[in-house]
Design a protein around this ligand. Structure first.
Ligand code: FAD
Length: 564
């Protein structure tokens, strides 16, 4: 199989144009093209009047050996000629298609003395458990929240009735933080072993649309995620795994051997029960603040790490579509437009857009009472009126000092709690979010009425002055960034665009540092993984890290003679 990349065609090309472009690129006859599969489709919208689609395809042809030999002799030949209707790229590539088949690293040797535990059933825990189950290790998953349908009811309780369940909400429960989301499935992680492909393939097997395997920025939306998570749970159980909900891990059982090496021996649950295990994957997510404190108290190595804070911004989706796609706005292959913006402010801070949700809604995402946190989600159709994204400012452990003068790994949580509690007060004390119009923030005056943009956040938005909702350096940087973003995306600094806050859970404020073998720096048998451990950011990368955690556990079992 050959892989061809960077095949460019006009947005409205006909069905025959792609095979014609392949034939031209390879310099073969049409009847020598035995078949092809699109492995990636993206678009280049830099010229709004002439948006082009860019394809990567895997091609079957009896001429494969001869083509590869020709390329060895003359690599320039890979560029080929543009086909009729194709747009010359000059940078086209041809080569052998990579083997993306997932291969298990081990198999369990029958019954094990203790079963591996997976703490948390977000994307990281889900994939750790799935791959462990597929290798025959029969994992037990312990999840503090509820099964996804019951959890949905609790999550809506905050959004519609202002009632928070601290154990069952947007952050906690089956499916993890990504369940009520846009379900964006892309990441910039380096993925030489194609674990991302394994994640996407399993998602398709669980009911995701096939297109996630080839569109460049796939998304699933909330509705499908719920049933996919249930499907994956059933698969894990059918392979001998077990999933226990409403089981919060509150403590660790740790032994220290004669050489002073610490080994995990199991966990204690909130209900007082104990489960013994020598292999524990910690896939906690970034909001398990109580569990982080417990790990710190038990001497597990943790360290503070940078993250970002800011606001959500909402514009009419039609404004973003027009700015990105011009006359092509609304084209079915393009869908609702997204954006990615960065500005380096004069005060040294970077401001950037994050977790952009086209045609979506802003959601209440706190897991702690008396705090307000924003985030975004959408359905697969992305057809809500507003586009939303976080506009956030990078911060580092130096910035956490005013909130935790003693420093330490939990200092970033003190900063988060401070600004989330402040947002709760600014919002009126009933989980409404404080908000302000962009024009008013830039002019330095409080907002009193919405204009052309109605915010989507429920329980509601209380207008006022957001300049006290974040540290001064963050406000200064955001004020500078908004007009700069307007130059990158026309209309971004729209007076009536609505800012709500605060966005404080962009990634984990700490890292549960691990060795290259996946185990905690100072506690053997403990495998920190996913976003909460500081090794992932987003659904796809958390899933990939879950697979890596499963592999690390399996290899540790091989070393212990429990697997082959
Ligand atoms: P989590 O998903 O946070 O899962 C951790 C799990 O551990 C939770 O279910 C929690 O209940 C459980 N847990 C915690 N402590 C304990 C304990 N002591 N005992 C037992 N269980 C415990 N990312 C994207 O890539 N695309 C998006 O479109 C996107 N949209 C998002 C929208 C929203 C509203 C939110 C909140 C996040 C979004 N994200 C998105 C981020 C994404 O959800 C996370 O990056 C991802 O879920 C991290 O996966 P994880 O498995 O590491 O952690």
């Amino acid at each position: 199989m050959l892989r061809l990349t960077d095949l460019k065609l006009p947005l409205d090309h006909d069905d025959a144009a792609l095979p014609a472009a392949i034939v031209a690129r390879l310099g073969i006859h049409a009847d020598e093209l035995a078949g092809f599969t699109v492995v990636k489709r993206s678009y280049d919208a830099r010229r709004r009047g002439a948006i082009v689609l860019i394809y990567s395809v895997d091609v079957e042809t009896p001429r494969e050996a001869d083509i590869l030999q020709r390329l060895e002799v003359d690599p320039e030949a890979a560029a080929g000629d543009p086909a009729d209707g194709a747009i010359a790229s000059g940078s086209g590539k041809v080569g052998p298609a990579p083997d993306t088949t997932y291969r298990f690293v081990a198999r369990a040797n029958g019954a094990l003395p203790t079963r591996p535990l997976v703490i948390g059933m977000g994307p990281c825990g889900l994939f750790a458990a799935l791959v462990l189950a597929q290798m025959g290790f029969r994992p037990i998953v312990l999840e503090r929240g509820k099964a996804v349908r019951e959890r949905t009811v609790d999550t809506f309780g905050l959004w519609r009735k202002k009632v928070l369940n601290p154990e069952s909400n947007v952050q906690f429960g089956e499916g993890g933080a990504g369940t009520f989301s846009d379900g964006k499935l892309y990441s910039q992680i380096s993925d030489k072993r194609h674990h991302g492909r394994k994640v996407l393939t399993e998602f398709v097997a669980a009911g995701a649309p096939e297109e996630i395997l080839y569109v460049s920025k796939p998304h699933i939306g909330t509705f499908r995620l719920v049933s996919m998570v249930e499907h994956m749970r059933a698969t894990i159980e059918s392979l001998g795994g077990e999933i226990r909900f409403s089981r919060r891990v509150d403590d660790l059982l740790i032994d220290t051997d004669a050489d002073g090496v610490r080994h995990i021996r199991g966990v204690t649950l909130a209900d007082g029960g104990e489960i013994r295990s020598d292999h524990v994957v910690m896939a906690l997510g970034h909001s398990a603040r109580d569990t982080f404190a417990m790990l710190h108290g038990r001497g597990v190595f943790l360290e503070a790490k940078p993250f970002s804070i800011g606001f959500r911004i909402e514009h009419p989706q039609s404004l973003v579509d027009a700015a990105r796609f011009g006359p092509q706005a609304g084209h079915p292959l393009l869908g609702a437009a997204d954006y990615k913006l960065v500005h380096h402010a004069r005060n040294g801070r970077s401001v950037y857009s994050f977790c952009m949700c086209p045609g979506g809604t802003v959601v209440a995402a706190t897991s702690e009472p008396g705090r307000v946190v924003t985030n975004g989600m959408s359905q697969y159709s992305r057809n809500e009126r507003n586009a939303n994204a976080a506009i956030v400012v990078g911060i580092t452990p130096e910035d956490y000092r005013p909130y935790a003068p003693e420093g330490g790994p939990l200092a970033g949580i003190a900063l988060q709690r401070h600004w989330e509690s402040n947002a709760f007060v600014l919002g009126g004390g009933e989980y409404e979010a404080p908000g302000q119009l962009v024009g008013d923030l830039l002019a330095g005056r409080a907002s009193t009425a919405f204009g052309s943009v109605q915010p989507s956040y429920t329980p509601g938005v209380r207008l006022g002055d957001l300049s006290t909702a974040l540290p001064d350096y963050a406000i200064t940087a955001i004020r500078e960034a908004l007009p700069a973003f307007d130059r990158q995306l026309r209309g971004f600094a729209l007076h009536d665009a609505v800012l709500t806050g605060v966005e404080t859970r962009t990634s984990s404020p700490l890292r549960i540092t691990r060795h290259a073998d996946g185990q905690s720096l100072n506690t053997r048998g403990l495998f920190p993984a996913g976003e909460g451990a500081g090794y992932a950011g987003g659904i796809l990368s958390a899933g990939v890290d879950g697979i890596k955690a499963a592999e690390s556990v399996a290899l540790a079992m091989v070393a212990a003679g429990l697997a082959r």
